[in-house]
Design a binder for this molecule. Structure first.
Ligand code: EPU
Length: 304
């Protein structure tokens, strides 16, 4: 339970800031893995009010984390004591101007790719099936089929927790790397300006179709997962290594190594977070023993 829960008037005070108070909300409802205990969630619609909201939470001595699309997140069964801030999706999140588009980070990534495509703006087709929000994709520098989101980013508007103010960062001030970026955990990305090459919609659709086919054939897209659970070491596929060790189908409680792609762990039988943690530990040990490689998690783990 966060400190906010024990203070009277929280719901009313948050409402005055344009935010909704959801105490002890099960985070399993907000993650694609479908596991995770409770947190006090604060939902906010208007990203411009984020500074006031953070000031309110800080003043009351509570800590916070940002909940994005929940598609790359493993929350402990006990939940967390920090407040989870959730930026609600903005239905008018895309503003086009020539080859540029300003996108609210709460927007869904796949929808953004397709909306840009309809306006003959390409360059992001590979990302179409990556689940989650644009903000999460930026933080993690999401990538698939030869495209990383960093390739099309020009500027990012960010609320910098440490400085307590909104800044616009051009991409030369941001470092992106494989599944990572220089944004701090308390940077709240608000919007991003993408610069996209012109491309006929028919060509974009064709490429999207190809990527979707590849993904359907090689990834368990209809099961509950967090995408790839570990990063790839340079030049190697972690999925291939796990597969070579014969670990597909291995089960811990309700969590299973997908038979379709071994770097996907799926929630097939009402798994708990600790089932996933046990399965990850087992894989890590086996890979270290067989290949001498220490795997790095791609999934973000939330625990106290
Ligand atoms: N392979 C196997 N067995 C498996 C999985 C893969 O033999 O169980 C082999 C494939 O046959 C292929 C090679 O390994 O020869 C590479 O597989 P794949 O093309 O699926 O690529 P990957 O390196 O395993 C990466 C990303 C995915 C992304 C795909 C496609 C990481 C950790 N994974 O997977 O991203 O969708 O390439 O571009 O970087 C994610 O980040 O969550 C994610 C799913």
């Amino acid at each position: 339970m966060s400190i906010l829960s024990s203070q009277p008037g929280t719901a009313k005070e948050l409402a005055a800031l344009g935010a909704e108070w959801l105490p002890r909300e099960p985070l399993a409802r907000h993650t694609s893995l479908g596991v995770g205990g409770p947190a006090d969630v604060v939902r906010i619609r208007d990203a411009r009010r984020i500074g006031d909201l953070i000031a309110y939470i800080d003043d009351r001595g509570a800590k916070w984390r940002l909940l994005g699309g929940g598609t790359n997140l493993l929350v402990a069964d006990e939940g967390i004591d920090d407040v989870a801030i959730h930026l609600v999706r903005d239905p008018q999140g895309l503003k086009f101007e020539g080859g540029r588009v300003e996108v609210a980070t709460s927007s869904n990534l796949g929808t953004t790719v397709m909306e840009c495509g309809k306006r003959n703006l390409g360059g992001m087709e590979g990302l179409v099936g990556v689940p989650g929000s644009v903000g999460g994709a930026l933080h993690m520098n999401a990538g698939a089929y030869g495209t990383e989101i960093k390739d099309v980013v020009r500027a990012v508007t960010v609320y910098r927790g440490a400085a307590g103010r909104v800044e616009i960062l051009w991409t030369d001030k941001v470092h992106f790397e494989y599944r990572g970026s220089s944004f701090a955990p308390d940077d709240i990305l608000l919007s991003v300006t993408l610069e996209l090459p012109e491309k006929p919609y028919a060509e974009i659709l064709e490429r999207v179709k190809q990527c979707n086919q590849k993904r359907r054939a090689s990834q368990p897209i209809n099961e509950k997962s967090a995408g790839c659970i570990f990063k790839n070491p340079p030049g190697v596929s972690t999925g291939k290594m796990i597969d070579e060790l014969g670990l597909k189908g291995t089960r811990m409680g309700g969590a299973v190594v997908s038979e379709r792609h071994a770097n996907f762990l799926v929630n097939r039988y009402g798994a708990t977070a600790s089932d996933f943690v046990s399965l990850m530990d087992l894989i890590r040990e086996r890979i270290l023993k067989a290949y001498g490689v220490e795997l790095e998690e791609e999934v973000i783990v939330w625990k106290n």
